[in-house]
Ligand binder design. Structure first.
Ligand SMILES: Cc1cc2nc3c(=O)[nH]c(=O)nc-3n(C[C@H](O)[C@H](O)[C@H](O)COP(=O)(O)OP(=O)(O)OC[C@H]3O[C@@H](n4cnc5c(N)ncnc54)[C@H](O)[C@@H]3O)c2cc1C
Length: 584
């Protein structure tokens, strides 16, 4: 064998070893098996990282989809989602036309947008006028990535949406429908920052409902989670992370008494769940305040199952339908779930008042209201499925919905890594929080940040405008008139619409419990632990290996400093009582 040939072989071998050594060096742990965590894990694994995904529950997919209920946007409105859909060759079915425009249930009667214009012209006119006002508000923001660009805009962050709505002189029914739309898309108007509402309206400005509800994934959004799960090599379910300890050499993640080690971590859990994870070193005051204080929308989903449709046959109850009675948005899902199902979203304070109720009591309350409009409802009822995101400790809310003052304090806070930890999750997306698109985008962003960190890049610490300065600026701006007076409908020559009636109160629980449902209630169907999930035990970490092959068990270290124990999200006092990128 010639020397040259031997040398060539040696070089090839060296090359191979160095590549594999490099690959082995790259270890990451992803915490949270919702769409954002699954995406981060998939993207990192595709780039040669050894990834271990840890999920607290027995199933994966997180908040994505009460099976079959989401309508998704087209590739113009949800490009990242559509990219994965096409990469994984997932089937979609186009949305029928009636789903692509909003509908209304007024005192139990169904109206399409066209019906409303002829049968309830005052309400239709007021909704149109409101759309124009929202458009003006949205236009005031040049850059949705930087919504508080000037003092006047900054001041909007100190105002809640309900006070702004009060100034719009909306007729009672229109106000009820608008309240319902806002609390379904975001949260109760009284809990929502006007700047956040303006920023989101800017993001979706000019986007038609038709593009937002363009199709549905066959099988619902769980199929997307399943497709990602299939690609991943190491997933550990039933693994609630309790602590993350960072030091100069790496990160140790604790699940009960087991420690996993890696070079980097993607933390893809909602803020309320993050509140239960001890971080060492401890997070700074701003991050802790964001974890505890950032407002989340409240939205519970109940799928009621009937033998036959109990609503009037004209009503095509699917897509985005708002009722004026606090029931929320509705869908029927006959194609994929069988029978005649209706999904009712209880949102905002209408849902908060029911938090102490058990699932069955809550369903009874909804049935009582539905039965008042559709007298066959109770007789035809066969069961239900329910998801209560705000009382679920792994979620603690439906999705991010910045409250007054919170953009000033927490804007883009979670986009920046902290040492070896990067953050993902819908709440960390600047443009599309509260959506599948947002979750996927942040999974990609967090994965690429891990790569950047590994390449030695450092990230700027958070810059936040002090709230006091913002409030001061707001007060000055508010006095200036014009923008503000227009915004608050203060122009004298503006034509006054019909007098305002008091907005509808938060629906109190009905006094008498409903009779037992016709058939035993179906338990919530847990998403199937999609795809082959590897549950091989993690290996023990050697003293300090030159190269790691996967997240390794490490002797559990005691955290240097504890973060505060978990607290419930601060409940704000109730006042008066979103496509939809939330395209359901
Ligand atoms: C009622 C409702 C309706 C919606 N409708 C739509 C819609 O129509 N269209 C749309 O685009 N979007 C919609 N969304 C939003 C979309 O579902 C979410 O934005 C997305 O699923 C969030 O994904 P995520 O990965 O950020 O969080 P999650 O899905 O919540 O994932 C986080 C995961 O972390 C896990 N976890 C928590 N704590 C720990 C821990 N300590 N250790 C390990 N794991 C942990 C949780 O169990 C969970 O699986 C809706 C959301 C809700 C609640």
């Amino acid at each position: 064998m010639s020397v040259g040939w031997l040398r060539a072989c040696a070089l090839v071998m060296l090359g191979l070893f160095s590549v594999s050594a490099l690959a082995k060096d790259k270890t990451a742990i992803v915490i949270g098996g919702g769409l954002s965590g699954l995406t981060a894990a998939y993207e990192l694994q595709s780039k040669g990282w050894q990834v271990t995904l840890l999920e607290a529950k027995s199933s994966l997919g997180g908040r994505s989809g009460m099976a079959t209920s989401e309508w998704i946007g087209n590739d113009k409105t949800q490009p990242v989602l559509n990219k994965y859909v096409s990469n994984f060759k997932l089937s979609t079915t186009p949305a029928p036309d009636f789903v692509r425009t909003p509908g209304y249930l007024i005192d139990g009667e169904y109206f399409s947008a066209a019906d409303l214009a002829t049968k309830q012209p005052a309400t239709a006119e007021a909704l149109k006028r409101f759309d124009k006002t929202v458009d003006d508000l949205a236009r005031s923001i040049d850059d949705p990535l930087n919504p508080a660009a000037n003092n006047t805009l900054h001041a909007l962050d100190q105002i809640n949406v309900s006070s702004w709505l009060d100034k719009q002189n909306l007729p009672a029914t229109a106000r009820q429908l608008i309240n319902q739309q806002i609390r379904t898309r975001y949260d109760e108007p009284s809990r929502l920052s006007l700047l956040y509402f303006a920023q989101q309206s800017r993001v979706y400005r000019g986007v038609s409902d038709r593009d937002l509800r363009a199709s549905r994934l066959v099988g619902g959004s769980p199929v997307l989670a399943q497709a990602l799960v299939k690609q991943l090599k190491t997933i550990k379910t039933n693994s609630p992370v309790s602590a993350i300890i960072q030091d100069k050499d790496g990160v140790t993640v604790k699940v009960d008494n087991v420690g996993y080690q890696a070079d980097y971590v993607v933390l893809a859990v909602p803020l309320r769940a993050l509140n239960k994870i001890q971080m060492t070193p401890a997070l700074d005051a701003q991050h802790l305040a964001a974890i505890k204080g950032t407002n989340y929308g409240w939205r519970d989903q109940i799928m009621l199952k009937f033998k036959t449709p109990v609503w009037e046959s004209k009503a095509r109850m699917s897509g985005e339908i708002y009722s004026n009675t606090g029931l929320g948005m509705l869908w029927i899902e006959p194609a994929l779930k069988g029978g005649a199902n209706v999904v009712i979203n209880l949102s905002g304070d209408n849902a908060r008042v029911m938090q102490a109720f058990g699932d069955k009591q809550m369903v009874d309350q909804v049935l009582i209201r539905l039965h008042a409009f559709y007298p066959q409802a109770r007789g035809s009822f066969t069961g239900y499925e329910i998801r209560r995101y705000s009382t679920d400790p792994s979620t603690g809310g439906a999705y991010l919905a910045f409250g007054p003052g919170q953009i000033s304090k927490f804007w883009r806070l979670w986009e920046r890594p902290i040492q070896r930890v990067t953050f993902a999750g819908e709440h960390t997306d600047t443009l599309y929080p509260g959506t599948l698109e947002g979750a996927l985008r942040t999974g990609q962003r967090a994965a690429s940040q891990v790569e950047d960190l590994a390449a030695g890049k450092s990230f700027e610490p958070a810059k936040v405008v002090p709230a006091a300065a913002a409030a001061g600026a707001g007060a000055v701006a508010a006095k200036k008139g014009n923008f503000f007076s227009n915004l608050f409908g203060g122009s004298d020559d503006e034509k006054k619409p019909e007098p305002v009636k008091a907005p509808e109160p938060v629906a109190p629980p009905a006094p008498a419990p409903a009779p037992a449902p016709a058939a035993a209630s179906a338990p919530v169907e847990a998403p199937k632990p999609a795809a082959p999930v590897k549950t091989e035990p993690a290996k023990k970490a050697p003293a300090k290996p030159a190269a790691k092959t996967e997240a390794k068990k490490a002797p559990a270290k005691a955290p240097a400093k504890k973060v505060e124990p978990a607290k419930k999200p601060a409940a704000k006092p109730a006042a008066t009582p979103a496509t939809d990128a939330k395209a359901q």
